[in-house]
Write a protein that binds this ligand. Structure first.
Ligand code: LMR
Length: 343
């Protein structure tokens, strides 16, 4: 009788194959996440993408690699969503103004003068309604993972804008958003939808006369060099939704997905804490550069701007939903529970 039990041999071979398989899997190339965005690295989103890549490297180095492509270097506006849906990139963080064709409710965030400040935006985003919007594009295979702040928008132009009538007839670059398009039409100005990467040149060559953006975007794109006047209007927001291709995300091994989610929670907290300061630093750099007069509005003037663009709300409330607008407005009362970002 043989001392070797054939069943044991078969079992051992099976285990060896299995072990080889596991070892082979471990030696495999890491999962690559391409994270594309359109802004400079020294902005809230630029920093966020960088922090995310670094933290993934530290915690999941041999299993996941995040490649960040800033400044429209891989895809610009318009093309990046298409690339996400085709699986050519795996993560993006477009501004909330760029989702209208995927989720009409997200047009909420473009309503002018909706939020008093970034803390109100933060409170709304933490609410059930705000969180629910992260799932509003699932039927289009897009999963929202987090909100990242940039900040409040300012108006810049080649002439001083103090009252709504000052904007009449001027051409303004807008993001790909019908709400923002309408906002400028209410001012009897001429909106031009245009990719972010084209704005500087359009301002420089006079294709447009003005634009709206945050201090950090204005400074990092050098727009102040070609915009002699910036009105500190704080009339709207630029914030982001970090998104992924839902099939890609759901197909990740559970342990990797949950670690990536934890890393995102951590990075989101850091991005949202430093966004306000980054914008204030950018504002100071513009002041120091001395290129642009910064115009402060009196409370009465600000009220005039608010009234001039208010009809936009009625035009879009059907698409967005009245209840959602009310919920967002109520975030301006600071008696809700969320911790405040530094403002
Ligand atoms: C813009 O197009 O002005 C912004 O959405 C750019 C950005 O991503 O901050």
């Amino acid at each position: 009788m043989s001392l070797i039990n054939p069943k044991t041999v078969v079992g051992a071979i099976g285990v060896a194959i299995l072990m080889g398989g596991v070892a082979g899997a471990q030696a495999q190339d890491p999962i690559v996440i391409k994270f594309s965005h359109v802004v400079a690295e020294n902005t809230p989103k630029g920093q966020g993408a960088k922090m995310f890549a670094e933290e993934v490297k530290e915690k999941l180095g041999d299993r996941v690699k995040v490649e960040v492509y800033p400044n429209s270097s891989l895809y610009g506006d318009g093309k990046e969503m298409e690339a996400l849906l085709l699986g050519d990139v795996q993560m993006l963080a477009p501004s909330l103004a760029k989702f209208e064709q995927y989720s009409p409710s997200l047009q909420l965030y473009d309503l002018p003068f909706l939020f008093d400040d970034i803390n109100a935006v933060d409170r709304f985003q933490h609410s059930d309604d705000g969180q629910g919007l992260l799932d509003s594009m699932q039927d289009r295979n897009i999963q929202g993972l987090a909100y990242w702040h940039n900040g409040m928008k300012q108006l810049s132009a080649n002439k001083p804008l103090r009252e709504p009538k000052d904007a009449r007839g001027l051409k303004f670059r807008v993001q790909a958003s019908d709400v923002l398009d309408e906002q400028f039409k209410e001012l009897r100005a001429v909106p031009r939808k245009m990719s972010f990467g084209e704005v500087y040149q359009a301002l420089q060559t006079g294709v447009v006369n003005g634009q709206e953006n945050t201090w950090s975007n204005i400074y990092s794109q050098k727009m102040h060099e070609v915009q002699p006047y910036i009105t500190e209007s704080n009339h709207g927001i630029i914030d982001y939704m970090v998104i992924t291709n839902a099939d890609f995300w759901n197909g990740l091994p559970d342990d990797i997905r949950s670690q990536l989610e934890d890393i995102l929670v951590d990075v989101t907290e850091k991005v949202n804490k430093q966004a306000y300061d980054l914008n204030q630093e950018a504002k100071q750099s513009i002041v120091d550069a001395g290129t642009s007069e910064i115009i402060q509005l009196t409370p009465e003037q600000r009220e005039e701007w608010r009234e001039a663009v208010r009809p936009v709300w009625e035009k879009f409330q059907g698409d967005i939903g009245e209840d959602l607008i009310k919920a967002a407005e109520s975030a301006n009362q600071s008696d809700s529970t969320q911790s405040e970002t530094s403002q």
